[in-house]
Design a protein around this ligand. Structure first.
Ligand code: SAH
Length: 300
């Protein structure tokens, strides 16, 4: 294909209905969110989501791997078997699938998998997204803080691609309990990389913090989080989408947690949940729902 002019290759890639992925099922939520389950040619499941917002924004949630080798305790993908890294084409074909239906303008690598374990393919795909109408500033790569990939991202990525860090706990003890990867790469080291990114680019790192009732959602923990972060971060509080052994924090606890961050002048927002009724919300992308752990009963 490289014997064709670049512009023609782009045009073909964007318009020819030809994909490395086959659509297996597609579901549409009451709020307009669409979740698609694809299969790779060798049979691995891949899920991607299109989120439609009232202001006209169209955001894609893309997968970087089929399954995930990390075992975050609150995440559905972490509970299914790891398949393999996706190729750049398989990542881009997720986006092209939705782009054929309507224009899209944002992308987040928050589907299945850990992007920093597959950084070359993720970056190759991200660098093609502008051809589909998604600029680097509107592209976000989210990571648990897999240090080798994170370091490379900070060192090598010149485009203004947004970095998001899935933090979820204000100290190592708790974080290791809910995210085993933390034993390997502790907070101090990954936050140092994020600060290096902020200093080099002046772009804040988005901290994702999923709100788990009685686990990480107390006012003390909010204060601890504010002290841990300091400058250079913006916190996104994520209502938990039940997929396993936790209960989500109440709206009141989330508001109280946010109020503590506000008081400490740490910018924070509460994430809007999309596609909950079709299990398309954060962390719910798992092609084998029967493999999910049962939910614990809600406290009285
Ligand atoms: N591996 C990457 C990207 C995929 S997950 C990462 O962890 O950042 C995208 C986001 O969804 C992460 O912040 C993840 O922690 C969060 N998430 C996972 N399970 C969730 C759930 N059940 N409810 C809400 N958010 C969840």
């Amino acid at each position: 294909m490289t014997n064709l002019p670049h512009s023609l290759r782009e045009e073909l890639a964007a318009s020819v209905p030809f994909s490395t992925l086959a659509v297996e099922t597609e579901r549409t939520s009451r709020d307009g969110t669409v979740k698609t389950l694809f299969r790779t040619a060798d049979g691995h499941p891949v899920e991607a989501v299109l989120m439609r917002y009232r202001d006209g924004r169209r955001s894609l949630c893309l997968s970087s791997q089929s399954g995930c080798p990390l075992t975050c305790t609150f995440c559905a993908t972490g509970q299914m078997a790891f398949g393999r890294n996706l190729t750049a084409s398989e990542i881009l074909d997720q986006a092209l699938h939705f782009r054929r239906v309507e224009p899209v303008d944002h992308a987040v690598f928050m589907g299945m998998g850990e992007p920093m374990l597959n950084l070359d393919e993720v970056l190759a795909a991200a660098r093609r997204l502008p051809d589909l109408g998604i600029t680097p500033r509107r592209t976000t790569i989210s990571t648990v803080g897999w240090l080798p990939g994170l370091r490379r991202f900070v060192d090598e990525v010149d485009e203004p691609i947004r970095l998001a860090l899935s933090l979820h706990a204000p100290n190592d003890e708790l974080r290791s309990r809910i995210m085993p990867v933390n034993d390997r790469y502790p907070l101090r080291e990954i936050l140092a990389e994020c600060r290096r990114h902020f200093l080099a680019t002046n772009r804040r790192v988005y901290v994702e913090y999923v709100m788990l009732a009685g686990v990480n959602d107390s006012r003390d923990q909010a204060r601890e989080l504010a002290a841990l972060l300091g400058d250079g971060f913006k916190v996104n509080l994520i209502p938990y989408n039940p997929t396993g052994m936790y209960d989500g924090s109440s709206r009141a606890s989330i508001a109280a947690f946010k109020a503590e961050l506000d008081r400490a002048h740490v910018p924070a927002t509460v994430r809007l949940t999309r596609g909950r009724d079709i299990e398309a919300a954060c962390g719910q992308l798992a092609a084998a729902p029967k493999m999910r752990a049962p939910r614990s009963p809600a406290p009285a």
